[in-house]
Design a binder for this molecule. Structure first.
Ligand code: HPA
Length: 251
């Protein structure tokens, strides 16, 4: 069974517009249950799989998501090309709220998450190359899809992954900016490296939900603001994903 494209939905993205689910794959992996059933179906004739990273009722906190089960289940379903949609805070001026970003680098500030499939008694020790944490070809395909629907996107950036669930302090964001981060989110890792261990093509489509702490004029970041900006950004994300799917070779 092959899947042409798998999409992992982040905060606020629990289903795909116009996606008719043909089959749902439920079940437990060697690492426990994934966040939600994998919804499989077709869009424009292409086989698509969708997984809600936080669960379909948003019941899993970022640091408690079973990333290994999610990636394992997608891989077992036949996914070899994965676009991960992540809500993020924008750090640099090029990433204001509502902007879609295709980052090219990661700095991982999270801790205590299971971040390798090798972490099992019977698994061989492997040190995967992670110089380029995202698939270059899939990033290019995302950028081309954005251009095809005349969407302004930022086509590079460094995703800093924090532990959550709290948002960051101003000083933490200043430090991340000095480190070179242009985005901050809580779910980019270990998802990306687990995809790499499974040799899947994986790229991130980040949706800027707010200015990161201390970056805009706002005194505090509110959930209302995040929800409003994300809804707008996801409208664009859906268009972009449809253009990406349209450009995939038919299977
Ligand atoms: N920080 C971390 N994660 C986030 C943010 C943020 O400001 N916005 C959306 N996800």
């Amino acid at each position: 069974m092959g899947i042409d494209l798998a999409i992992i939905g982040g905060t606020g993205l629990y289903q795909l517009e116009g996606f008719e689910v043909g089959e749902s794959i439920e079940g437990v992996t060697p690492f426990g249950p994934p966040s939600a059933p994998i919804r499989c179906g077709r869009i424009e004739g292409r086989k698509i799989a969708f997984l809600a990273r936080h669960g379909e009722q948003h019941q899993h906190l970022p640091h408690r998501i079973n990333y290994r089960a999610n990636l394992w289940a997608l891989h077992a379903a036949g996914a070899r090309r994965i676009v991960a949609v992540n809500a993020v805070g924008g750090i640099g001026e090029e990433n204001p709220p509502r902007r879609l970003v295709i980052p090219d680098q990661i700095i991982d500030y999270s801790h205590g998450r299971f971040d390798s499939f090798c972490d099992r008694a019977d698994a061989p020790v492997e040190h995967v190359d992670f110089t380029e944490p995202y698939s270059v070809s899939l990033r290019q395909a995302l950028a081309a899809a954005a251009a095809a629907c005349s969407l302004q996107v930022t086509d590079r950036g460094t995703y800093g992954c924090t532990q959550g669930p709290r948002l960051e302090t101003r000083a933490e964001i200043q430090r991340m900016a000095r480190d070179g981060c242009s985005l901050v989110g809580m779910t980019g890792m270990p998802e990306a490296v687990l995809a790499r261990e499974l040799k899947a093509d994986y790229a991130c489509l980040a949706a800027v939900a707010n200015w990161a702490a201390g970056c805009g004029d706002q005194v505090e970041i509110t959930m209302e603001e995040i929800t409003e900006h994300l809804a707008a950004a996801y409208g664009d994300a859906h268009r972009l994903l449809l253009a990406l799917i349209h450009a995939l070779p038919a299977s």
